[in-house]
Design a protein around this ligand. Structure first.
Ligand code: SF4
Length: 369
């Protein structure tokens, strides 16, 4: 068995979809079609403002005759073939996006004053974290930048009152996949999402979550428009972490902590550490104290995430509320910025990979559906 499965390269879909272009690239494309440069930013802005499912009344009247029709009727506009929505009682909505070769998940989560759009970066994942439904799938392929941007636009378009008018939303790469395993395409998607002619998000409005691929974290540190960094810790000793996160065998905790100490943070920025809390696995007082000591080595914020149980998890159980609170209180007592984040959309298989897995099991499929 390959001990480093994440080095097994699986290319993303090579077809150049229009939603994978930055404004400059789209402008170059329309120049080759014989249109003027000035129409590039207008076209880019309209495509990103109105999303892939354009209203029927909209005819691109600020553009030359024919250009709008050519672009919007192209089968190279949107790589997402079909979208399924599953509404949760807690206000969040889980989406299943059908793309070439399988499907991925995204989730819309409303919070007071802002909204979070969580998207996927791969079909499946090579990391094999044992507490995660996606980790049981293995990697099928990387997503292209266009497939990631289109997830954002598809979700945003379905919640126009909240996200369309106020623009107060942020994007997190915490759905299916290890974003840093597909870093080039993730960074491309970030440049499209932060393009001033389109959604114009700040890089701080975008966060990527990694299991701890140190060389990729170091590569991201050199990027000017880098998103916020979230790192999944999930255990406080190498022995315990290697047992539930195989990536730790290649990149142990101490090396990861040293890498995070060196990571260049912008003013007021913190590394977000996520800690999936599992009963009798990583929820002792010693774990809390070790986690506090780790997190104080650099500016950080700890998100404690009680285990979201699923059929594929090997007996991992969510701790009861008092145990979760006791764990968080130890962190707080050590002066650590701490939040408890319960998975949203639990009634609709809210944690990453659960919806696709649930539907695959129903269809008795062995792989993605
Ligand atoms: S937690 Fe993230 S990195 Fe680990 S298997 Fe799941 S999707 Fe992959």
């Amino acid at each position: 068995m390959n001990p480093y499965p994440w080095e097994d390269f699986r290319p993303h879909q090579q077809t150049p979809y229009i939603y994978g272009y930055t404004c400059d690239e789209l402008t170059q494309q329309i120049l080759t079609m014989g249109y003027r440069e000035v129409h590039g930013p207008t076209l880019f802005g309209l495509l990103h403002r109105y999303g892939p499912n354009l209203p029927s009344w909209f005819d691109g009247q600020r553009l030359p005759r024919g250009l709008w029709h050519k672009i919007t009727s192209s089968d190279k506009l949107d790589p997402i073939h079909r979208v399924e929505a599953h509404q949760s009682d807690d206000g969040s909505t889980k989406y299943r996006f059908h793309i070439s070769g399988g499907s991925v998940e995204g989730i819309y989560m409303p919070f007071p004053g802002r909204h979070t759009l969580c998207i996927s970066s791969q079909i499946g994942c090579a990391m094999g974290c044992t507490f995660c439904a996606t980790g049981t799938m293995g990697l099928h392929r990387h997503l292209s930048a266009a497939e990631m941007v289109s997830q954002v636009l598809n979700i945003k378009q379905r919640h126009p009152d909240e996200t369309g008018k106020t623009k107060r939303f942020n994007v997190v790469f915490m759905g299916m996949g290890e974003p840093l395993h597909n870093l080039d395409q993730v960074l491309k998607a970030v440049s499209v999402l932060t393009d001033p002619a389109g959604l114009n998000l700040s890089p701080r409005d975008v966060a990527v979550s990694t299991s701890g691929l140190i060389p990729k974290i170091e590569q991201m540190a050199t990027v000017k428009k880098r998103p916020q960094l979230m790192v999944s810790i999930a255990a406080t000793t190498d022995e315990a972490r290697s047992a539930i996160m195989p990536v730790n065998r290649a990149y142990p905790l101490e090396d990861l902590m040293r890498c995070l100490e060196r990571y260049p943070l912008r003013k007021g920025e913190r590394v977000m550490l996520s800690y999936v809390l599992i009963e009798n696995v990583n929820d002792t007082e010693e774990d809390a104290r070790r986690l506090a000591a780790m997190s104080q080595r650099f500016p950080s914020l700890v998100n404690v995430i009680p285990m979201n149980e699923h059929e594929g998890s090997p007996g991992f159980v969510e701790p009861d509320e008092s145990r979760t609170n006791a764990f968080a209180n130890i962190l707080l007592a050590h002066g650590v910025f701490t939040t408890i984040r319960r998975s949203r959309g639990r009634d609709v298989a809210g944690a990453c990979g659960q919806l696709v897995q649930k539907i695959a099991r129903k269809k008795n499929a062995r792989t993605y559906v």
